[in-house]
Design a protein around this ligand. Sequence first.
Ligand code: GLN
Ligand code: ZN
Length: 778
Amino acid sequence: MTVSVATLGFPRIGLRRELKFALESYWAGKTTLAELQTAAAGLRALGWARQKALGADILPSNDFSLYDHVLDTSALIGAVPARYDWSGETINPDLYFAMARGVQGNEKARDAGHAACGHAHDTTAQEMTKWFDTNYHFMVPELTAGQTFKVASTKIFDEFEEAKALGYVTRPVLLGPVSYLMLAKGKAVEPLALLPGLLDTYAEILARLAKAGAEWVQIDEPCLVLDLTAEQRTAFERAYARLATRGPKLMLTTYFGGLGDNLDLVADLPVHGLHLDLVRAPDQLEPALAKLQPHVLLSLGVIDGRNIWRANLPDLYWRLKELAGKRDLILAPSCSLLHTPVDLALETGLAPEIAQWLAFAVQKIEELAALAKALNEGEDASFAAFSASRIAAVARQTSPRIHNPAVASRLASLDESATHRAAPFTSRRTAQQKRLALPAYPTTTIGSFPQTPEVRKARAAHIKGEIDDAAYDQYLRVETRAAVKWQEEIGLDVLVHGEFERNDMVQYFGEQLAGFAFTRAGWVQSYGSRCVRPPILYGDVSRPEPMTVAWWRYAQDQTDKPMKGMLTGPVTILNWSFVRDDQPRETSCRQIALAIRDEVQDLEAAGAAIIQIDEAALREGLPLRRSEWQHYLDWAVECFRITASGVRDDTQIHTHMCYSEFNGIIRAIGAMDADVISIETARSQMELLDAFASYSYPNEIGPGVYDIHSPRIPAKREMTDLLMLAAKHVPADQIWVNPDCGLKTRKWDEVRPALVAMVAAAKSMRARALAKEAYLAK
Ligand code: GLN
Ligand code: ZN
């Protein structure tokens, strides 16, 4: 029996984000297409050589992408929406990038798109959304009734040949037809209805790969870990009855969860191999073994492809030893390594003790190789790797850097009263109205003002040591003061300090909390050429000292208007970080909640009457399976409430969420019990207020009236129209007037006229309300 190693996919962005720079210089017209293609081919060659040298036996191809693998699939099967006016045989790079980024003229809008909101908007690019529960975004396929498919890109064949020429017979990666359709958006068609036509094209692709010499194809069907309808199940049966019986052998690859109730379905599919995610769902191995035919080649995802922790190799060895004696196995990461940074070796700035606990893509392949070697040749064959792994695991279990007894005991002694405000909303509201004396339709913004090139330059210069702390601080003060004065001038009611001092809404807090570490080069692709560097939450979280009070105080000192305290909530900090795997996520989240609660109380003590706690990522953290939603929502809401509940009745708590789908979670939103919530609604014409209306959302609400994702400056009239629409959904005295989201990605030239018009819109709503009152009094 042999054990071999596969990687399922390697980070495509490159060790030093070479792909990002190659793409951006091509888009900027500074380099040619040939230069971009040379750079891309170089990255692929390096990736294969690296994986091979690290000990991978089965190398992927077509895991590389110039933008996104779902977009590649659309190109492969010729699914081009009509607005691109495509009539050719193949899809050229211009068209490909147009589908990704919109055509010239709209590129600006696209680049300013706000990844944090889960999608960026452009009238001409395809829509983008999050890939399952990762922070990677894919381009949503757009299909229409009568859609036909044909092989329209040779990328998958070319890359197979390219690898072959370098001496590697790869296992091409192909997104499966059913997951592709399930991720698509249909216009006048239910995408799954297009399956028969799509299968013809897939059959052709597979046949061509077989002819080129591919023995296996990795066919990814991550949707098999979701709740499936009867129709979707049938689609899987049809698809694989057709595709698995001819052509190359199929390694049906599932990840991001367990098969659960889909196991029977999968066990009956006539595929030659099956990959299981044993990190998210370790318990699925037993039942799978009981159900699967003995000839099915099992690929076990035993190394975490979604996180950065080093594995405990001796433990894994003992878990797998018996099985490896009975059947051939492939060992793999739980999912593609796309979601991990490339190489820990670049992290020279991490404390060595912390670095010792980590493994990035390169290290994960080494782990798989060591494990396979031990299973093939005996434990001693990997003696050195196993000892180092064991030492790191023990160190991590006991390190005082991780375990802070004070945090644990504080959490343990947290009583129920810490999770709710002292008084119900109605009495808080009276107290807050008295303290704040705001007009009807109060105006505010979501927090950030434009992060101009100058702001970024100053920050970069400060990091490089070109300007000292005092100079940087002075620069930020000038920016902040100007922003406050300007808000006062245009007549906003509740002001913000502008967040000029913040690099990122999560990183800013992570850097000031104990328990977080930051990498130098731990980049992970977010979308296209964009990468993020998630903080690493490695230990018990506490807050050594106040994080935002000084800036809040400075800003408040400039004005008599209320200045909002501005914080990122615990669920968002958690969801946008690499988090601990040695305790439940909810425990980590509660720890962060306590730290933010302290900050809320310090802001209140400093005099803040209004404190906003952003939970931008609360919804996107929803588990993939419905049955797990409630548990997640329970602890997520509780964590928010822990942060928000330590204040007086007359302190007003705001929250902000930037996504557009509240159905199914509106109860949880209500349970957060924020005094005011601001949400994104401008583009949906207030439609999503329906959820708030039918639930009779009791607290105050700021439906965004200015779509900050677009450079367009909305007219006053548009915003009054939206406000009147909003007033049809929720009582007028509950409505706030604000943009959709923070303004950091916009330019001052756009923000200034837009907010002036927004204030004017609010004033005309007030005048209207007064006139109505007067009329009714007559
Ligand atoms: N307060 C943050 C800002 O204004 C919120 C950002 C967000 O919701 N993504 O930028
Ligand atoms: Zn937002």
